[in-house]
Design a protein around this ligand. Structure first.
Ligand SMILES: Cc1ncc(COP(=O)(O)O)c(CNc2cc3ccccc3n(O)c2=O)c1O
Length: 427
């Protein structure tokens, strides 16, 4: 793999920050090392001395003084070593990535803690994209990624998707404009990056089938694409066994995977996990050294304490409990739309995640309906335009999230939407 072809000049210009290099040396040095290098504050002066976390099951996790000192002090950019190691073990267990132990230092698998997977995606896009460059994005897709990508003004090539996720046939059709050999020509306009959400799609709730993942991976090999596998809903798949990830089939080191603790443990802790080839994670690491230095040590420590108390099996058990909750919520949501929107809208039943993607049958564009009339009727959704590459184009879609609302309120909410649609059709 020639990774340099994926990075823009700004990313290639990034070098290790001197301060972060010193921090790493101090952290790994012998106790006899006398360091007057890092401008670190004296942690003995920090007012927070220790903490305890009471979990819902009544157990109490202690963060003792020595661990609290580390949590409150500056720490390594890639993440607290113990948390990085925990995540490496989890990724091995869940995905068994083929690049885990390979000798090639560029392709060898690595793990990095970011401030939410959002920041991992952001820094990866900021390392790779250039104005006017072709980039492949599933469509519709996560509005947060579109807000990262659009200001960089690449040429966004939307790849169609359906209830089974991104359509490999359309990906093949779009790529057929080039020849695989163009990937060896630096001056070629051939796309180099593919972004997708494989499970519990946002906004669609769609899940990529294994067959499609294999086809997508083969196309990525043929055209030398880097695949950004944005997968915060992996553990919110409603069917088991989980469909194997693209990371699990990544023999080349071309998959950069984004996981998140947001849907299982805490969204506000802002802890994400990037897993992928060292050559790519190094670029993100250098960018973090210049931006945030590292993700909050306190947040990482709290998450690590919970994970260590759960263990890998406990986390999977917790994930099943969470997925079961969202499955019940999904079923209540489907019951409500079947009751109120049959004949007025159409939808596919989500295979994971927390979103239902609804197409209104007699509405050209949902934007004003939702932001004005639905709001007045005291029910709110997200208009489809938010998930489109061309946000100016009318969209008959809306995204409903069933994560927070009770089944009774879902029923009321869709009743209000149905009344609105019937009112509108009389106009
Ligand atoms: C596909 C995909 N990739 C990455 C992320 C970011 O996850 P994180 O940074 O690891 O927490 C997300 C989070 N999506 C949303 C978050 C959110 C937060 C407050 C309010 C609304 C929100 N809505 O609507 C969302 O869709 C996602 O869906």
């Amino acid at each position: 793999m020639n990774y340099s072809r994926f990075f823009n000049p700004t990313s290639l210009a990034r070098q290790p920050s001197a301060i972060r290099v010193m921090t790493a040396i101090v952290a790994s040095g012998p106790p006899s090392l006398i360091s007057m290098a890092g401008g670190m504050p004296n942690a003995d002066l920090f007012p927070i001395h220790e903490a305890s976390l009471t979990l819902r099951d009544g157990s109490v996790l202690r963060i003792p003084p020595e661990q609290m000192k580390k949590a409150l002090q500056y720490s390594a950019t890639p993440g607290l070593p113990e948390l990085v190691q925990w995540m490496k073990t989890l990724q091995k267990q869940m995905h068994n990535p083929p690049t885990r132990g390979i000798s090639d230092p560029q392709r060898q698998l690595d793990v990095l803690i970011t401030t939410g997977s959002q920041d991992g995606i952001c820094k990866t896009m900021e390392a790779c994209l250039q104005e006017g460059q072709n980039v492949l994005l599933e469509t519709p897709t996560y509005s947060g990624t579109l807000s990262i990508v659009k200001p960089m003004r690449p040429k966004m090539l939307g790849i169609k998707s359906d209830k089974d996720g991104l359509d490999p046939a359309h990906l093949r059709e779009v790529l057929s404009k080039w020849h695989p050999s163009d990937a060896k020509d630096d001056s070629s306009s051939i796309p180099r990056l593919l972004y997708l959400v494989p499970n519990g799609g946002n906004p669609t709730g769609a899940g990529l089938t294994l067959k499609r993942k294999k086809e997508i991976y083969e196309l990525a090999q043929q055209y030398d694409l880097l695949i950004l596998e944005d997968d915060p809903y992996y553990y919110l798949q409603f069917n088991e066994p989980y469909i194997p990830s693209l990371l699990s089939m990544d023999v080349d080191g071309r998959v950069v995977r984004f996981d998140s603790v947001s849907k299982l443990l805490s969204g506000g802790a802002r802890v994400g996990v990037v897993t992928g080839p060292k050559a790519v994670l190094e670029r993100i690491n250098f960018h973090m050294q210049a931006s945030v230095l590292h993700t909050s040590g306190l947040a990482q420590t709290c998450i690590l304490s919970v994970l260590e108390s759960m263990g890998q099996d406990g986390l999977r058990k917790h994930a099943h409990t969470v997925a079961d909750f969202y499955l019940k919520q999904r079923d209540a949501c489907i019951a409500a739309v079947e009751k109120h929107l049959t004949g007025l809208a159409e939808w596919s039943v989500p295979s994971g995640g927390m979103f239902l993607w609804i197409r209104l049958l007699h509405v050209k564009d949902t934007f004003s309906l939702i932001t004005e009339k639905a709001r007045a009727a005291e029910v709110i959704f997200v208009p489809g335009q938010a998930f489109m590459i061309d946000e100016a184009a009318p969209s008959p879609y809306l995204r409903a999230s069933y994560s927070l609302v009770s089944p009774a309120d879902m029923d009321k909410g869709f009743q209000r939407l149905a009344d609105l649609l019937r009112e509108q059709s009389k106009e």
